[in-house]
Each structure stands twice: as structure tokens, then as C-alpha cells.
Design a protein around this ligand. Structure first.
Ligand SMILES: [Zn+2]
Length: 131
């Protein structure tokens, strides 16, 4: 998936998705459709369909973006050091298409992983759990 040209991504994605996934943009806090979303199911990469997060790991962080305390599998996302904007952060990208998802912070729930995967809604597609 990494060899898809930027022009093809532009055709495949909405402007908002392209801005986040390919240009590492950030949607406005509390604007995303999955911030207050509590249905059971899985969240997939909006770029390539890679399964990324489970609703069972979603928690209310009140940070304005969908937040998860873990990924669905350790090879679903990649982490990269991000020193942009004068901050030291860990960027997370889709391991399959390289799309930018958000960042992971060490201030998640103490009773689980203590991690907060802070993800842009537009980088995700939710599908209800198949029972
Ligand atoms: Zn992807």
C-alpha cells in the first residue's frame, strides 16, 4: 500500500481524510464523529481498511479526540518520534499504508496500559462487531 501515489490518495480520500492521513493534519477537538461513540465494534484505517482499534479499548479522555488504551494488535500501528511544534511526542501511523492516525501519550488509564492513543476520527472507519 505504500506505493500508492499521492494523486491516487487524493482521489480515494475525502479532503479531510487526506489532510490527516497523508499530510499529518489534526481535526478540530470535539469535532470528530467518533469522539462520543460507544457502539461495540472495531475501528479500521480510513485509508486502507487495516483493523486498528477495538471499542473495548475506547475510553472517555475528554481530550476531544477518540482515545484508546491499546491497539487491536501490536503490529497494527507503527510509532515514530515526532518533535514537531516544539513538542516531544510519539506519532502513530497505520502499519499497512503509513497513514497518520494521531499520537500516543503516557497519560492513559492507570488501571490498564497507562497509554492514550489519541486518534483523529476522520482517520477511522467504524464497523459494528460481527456476532
Ligand atoms: Zn492504513
Amino acid at each position: 500500500m505504500n506505493n500508492i501515489s499521492e494523486n491516487s490518495w487524493k482521489e480515494k480520500l475525502t479532503n479531510e481524510q487526506y489532510n490527516v492521513l497523508r499530510e499529518k493534519g489534526t481535526e478540530k477537538p470535539f469535532s470528530g464523529e467518533y469522539v462520543d461513540h460507544h457502539d461495540d465494534g472495531f475501528y479500521y484505517c480510513a485509508g486502507c481498511g487495516n483493523k486498528l482499534f477495538s471499542s473495548s479499548n475506547k475510553f472517555d479522555s475528554n481530550c476531544g479526540w477518540p482515545s484508546f488504551d491499546d491497539v487491536v494488535s501490536s503490529n497494527a500501528v507503527e510509532q515514530h518520534e515526532d518533535n514537531s511544534l516544539g513538542m516531544k511526542r510519539i506519532e502513530i501511523t497505520c502499519a499497512q499504508c503509513g497513514g497518520h492516525l494521531g499520537h500516543v501519550f503516557p497519560d492513559g488509564p492507570k488501571q490498564t496500559t497507562e497509554l492514550r492513543y489519541c486518534v483523529n476520527s476522520v482517520a477511522l472507519n467504524f464497523k459494528p462487531e460481527q456476532k
